[in-house]
Design a protein around this ligand. Structure first.
Ligand code: AMP
Length: 511
């Protein structure tokens, strides 16, 4: 085959975004920016500062905090083995002995987790290959053995387990401990925004890379006013964005001590065991792993059964009941409208007492835009001092979807001025005009090459420009520039200074 024919046949691979991930494009990104700007503004008025934790952390951090039994940790995390930077990138066969010695050293010093079995397999195989090579047999005869060595070597763990974060509360708590934030004036109020990763089944409003905006209050007391103020802040944020159909559900799931949640979970489990046959496989499994989660079920066939189950409100200890009553009172004092929902338990292990969820319109079955709750034991669980904590996470993708559904999406960003220039001298003036107009805050499109005026005006129209500034030899010579208003086709001449003034005025009239 000729080189040309081979080239023709070799079609370059077309790449697509990975399943469950997507590109956010203009003009939609303008809405994302508006949402994020509003979050920065609103959260700052409540005294929150921004934290930007890393996107990946030790897998163990999520296993311990989110809970190893949860779907998130057991099925949905993107986990990989990192490679210790203390190891050379890849040993060549000749330096294998030295490399394996180094791995052993690092295992011993605890700098990378042990993988005794993997190491033993590699060593055995290496010995085989080494013997073969020493026996001066041909490379071909040893090819399979070498291949096997490479495979075993690839499987050898040379670093710790890390995961892309499925949520950020664990990272914020880790950072709180790591930076000794308990010595700061309490409570410490932090917020974050950014991508999270969960290998869920993608559908509308559910992605594998999705974005959360969240906040955490750590340290100080567990005063019910803190719970209420955090909820008030989210509601205010949604209000500012004019999110439609906002519904706040709250609940208390007690705490983990003997006489409160544990007692309730036992009663719940006993009641569930009696109706087990009538439940679907997911709920049946959850009776064993996490009975509270059965209450989360959206399965139509299970609803009547769930309605008969014991309710946690009847089993709260005195302290938890008083805390819950006070949170409700505090919400009322703030004029926050809520609905009590005894089935709201939330998916993550670390929650206790107050839990809440906010839904919005236009989202179908994935209608939760925010989930949150109290997690007083979490910092301690991660090796920090006993610390009170409460927080929430907003699903930004869903928030945006809901805003778009209710017509809050911005239109394609147009241009204020399209500069239609012709001629070398006009080009120089056009460059200066673009600079000055942009400095004054106008969005300007300056075509890189000369165009006939007719074509330039058509282009200006396509880009949704408000005005076309026409600069030809005459205009430059006279020092009078022609400005055409595209909406009505009207045209007027201005000096450079008058033009800026005129545009400023027409801008303030239209905004
Ligand atoms: P969670 O961290 O599970 O409490 O979720 C908090 C919020 O994040 C939910 O109410 C959703 O709005 C959003 N969320 C969670 N998982 C996803 C996902 N896979 N895709 C899009 N949004 C999500």
């Amino acid at each position: 085959m000729s080189e040309g024919a081979a080239k023709k046949e070799e079609k370059p691979r077309k790449f697509q975004a990975i399943r469950g991930t997507r590109d956010l494009l203009p003009p939609e990104t303008a809405l994302w920016n508006r949402v994020e700007q509003t979050a920065h503004q609103v959260f700052a008025t409540f005294g929150f500062g921004e934290i930007r934790p890393p996107i990946f952390e030790a897998t163990e951090l999520f296993a311990r905090s989110v809970g190893s039994e949860t779907d998130i940790v057991s099925k949905e995390m993107y986990t990989f083995v990192d490679r210790s930077e203390k190891l050379e990138p890849q040993p060549v066969i000749g330096s294998m002995d030295v490399f394996l010695q180094r791995v052993k050293q690092l295992y011993k010093s605890g700098e990378i987790p042990h993988d005794e079995i993997g190491l033993e397999l590699v060593e055995k195989q290496w010995k085989k290959v080494d013997d073969l090579l020493k026996g001066a047999s041909s490379i071909e005869s040893g090819a399979i053995e070498i291949y096997e060595l490479i495979m075993l070597f690839e499987a050898l763990r040379l670093g710790g387990d890390v995961s892309l974060r499925p949520e950020a509360t664990a990272s914020v708590c880790r950072a709180y401990i790591e930076h000794g934030m308990q010595s700061l004036p309490a409570p410490v109020k932090l917020y974050y925004m950014g991508p999270m990763f969960r290998r869920e089944r993608p559908q509308k409003g559910r992605y594998r890379q999705f974005y959360q905006i969240g906040a955490e209050v750590l340290g100080g007391s567990d005063a019910p006013a803190i719970d209420a103020e955090v909820i008030e802040m989210v509601v205010l944020f949604f209000d500012r964005l004019e999110l439609q159909g906002v519904q706040l559900d709250i609940n208390s799931i007690g705490h983990s001590a003997d006489n409160c949640r544990r007692g309730y979970v036992e009663k719940l489990k006993a009641a569930l065991d009696k109706v087990k046959d009538k439940l679907g496989p997911d709920s049946q499994r959850r009776i064993e792993t996490n009975p509270l989660r059965v209450l989360d079920s959206k399965l139509e066939s299970e609803q009547a059964i769930i309605a008969t189950l014991p309710r946690i409100a009847d089993h709260l200890c005195e302290d938890c009941a008083a805390h819950y009553a006070a949170v409700k009172h505090q919400l009322e004092m703030r004029g926050v409208i809520y609905r009590e929902n005894w089935r709201l338990v939330r998916g993550l292990d670390y929650y206790m007492r107050t839990t809440f969820e906010i839904t919005a319109q236009g989202l179908g079955s994935q209608n939760a835009v925010c989930g949150g709750g109290r997690y007083d034991g979490l910092v301690e669980l991660l090796g920090g001092p006993p610390t009170k904590g409460i927080g929430f996470a907003i699903g930004e993708d869903r928030l945006i979807l809901s805003l778009q559904e209710s017509g809050k999406a911005p239109a394609m960003q147009g241009r204020d001025v399209y500069i239609a220039w012709m001629g070398e001298r006009a080009h120089a003036t056009a460059i200066r005009a673009a600079k000055d107009l942009r400095k004054a805050g106008f969005s300007v499109e300056l075509p890189p090459v000369e165009q006939k005026f007719g074509k330039a005006l058509g282009q200006a129209d396509k880009l949704g420009a408000k005005h076309a500034l026409i600069l030809g030899d005459n205009e430059v010579f006279e020092g009078l520039w022609t400005l055409k208003t595209l909406a009505d086709g009207s045209q007027a001449k201005f000096t450079e200074a008058d033009l800026l003034e005129y545009l400023r005025k027409s801008e303030s009239l239209s905004s």
